[in-house]
Design a protein around this ligand. Sequence first.
Ligand code: AMP
Ligand code: ZN
Length: 432
Amino acid sequence: MVLEAAQRLTRDAISQCQLARFNTVLKRAVRSPFYADRLGEVGATDVPLPSLDHVNDLPFTTKDDLRASYPHGMLAVPKEHLVRMHASSGTTGTPTAIFHTQNDLNSWAELMARCMHMVGLRPSDVFINMSGYGLFTGGLGIHNGAERLGCLTIPSGAGNSRRQIKLIEDFQATAVHIIPSYALHLASVISDMGRNPADLSLRIALIGAEPHTDGIRRRIEELYGVKAYNSYGLSEMNGPGVAFECEYQDGLHVWEDAFYLEVINPETGEVLPDGELGELVLTSLCREGMPIIRYRTRDLTRILPEPCPCGRVHRRIERIAGRSDDMMIVKGVNIYPMQIERVLMQIGEVGDNYVIERYRDGFMDNIRVRVEVREEFFVEDMRALTGLQKRISSSLRDEILITPKVELVEPKSLPKSEGKAHRVVDLREDNA
Ligand code: AMP
Ligand code: ZN
């Protein structure tokens, strides 16, 4: 089967195909006004790269470049060749638009189907896609992959938890795509109905679209009695289908025949050796409509240098540690939200939701972590709660080196979103 063969490419086959495809993509890209200029500046408009070592000489592309060339500056084909547009979910500033030809959509669906096949989905599965449809790529992107694989695909979209539960039950769904924070919320709705999420027919959950820790994954697996696999992608590189966990759940294989993968030092732009933590940089190797070269994702990860026990040689990245723009500097210390989540998820009494509030404390910035406590622990016994609060705060200090304020709150009292979770709230303006 083609999906199987693509997962089992040899290293040589990947390298050869990468060089050929990189050069094809460069040739296409210079047809766009943006890359005609950008590649023109480094004299890379008509000479093919002799080897992949020369990728290093090419300029990066950033989110700001996409904004500056909005809406059509990066188009490499006439508009009439396009069949779809998506936009990034970013909430600030000018949006970014990504365009696809029919071939682009076909290869995206193929990649997505490959991910699903890797984790054991088959045409016999009944698949529910609980992500928002529309401009967000987790809707149609995942949907088309599931159909390509041959699953009965139910486009349930985001929210409306009771309807989601009914759909799972009525159609005996076996697999679901769901944003991790929503998976936890949905489980609590099911429990409130006096039911056990593990009694549902689900066996596989694809989770992604937002940073989450292994602790959150394990909770989802336990709650629903499923295997949950991390799915990574971004609109600029199609959307989902860029990197995906295999059955070993230890890092995400990047489909290197479709994406050229680099990790750089975000300060200097220097390419880092495998194993070092830095910013992920990706080049789309198959795109026609809007090729993007050396895109700085701002996502922080490392390439795992060891071979994966599954035998697939597409290199793996570690789960995303955070975004370079998520980093908070508090009392001179660099802190990422995922460090906080990792600590929280190791504490049994901690519930399913938390929020990190940044606020001004006199002249200093500080953070307050508001944590939902599980129903069974949210008792009136003040002493136990104070003890828990102290325990969380000292575990956090061990990880992030400062002692944040910790506030324990009732289960289900913190706001949740139907899309990607907003874990950090900035209150500093209000406190200024
Ligand atoms: P968008 O293009 O708006 O869908 O957003 C893409 C961004 O979502 C990525 O650059 C990541 O920051 C984040 N993201 C997507 N999938 C994951 C994942 N599995 N783990 C962590 N972050 C993710
Ligand atoms: Zn593997």
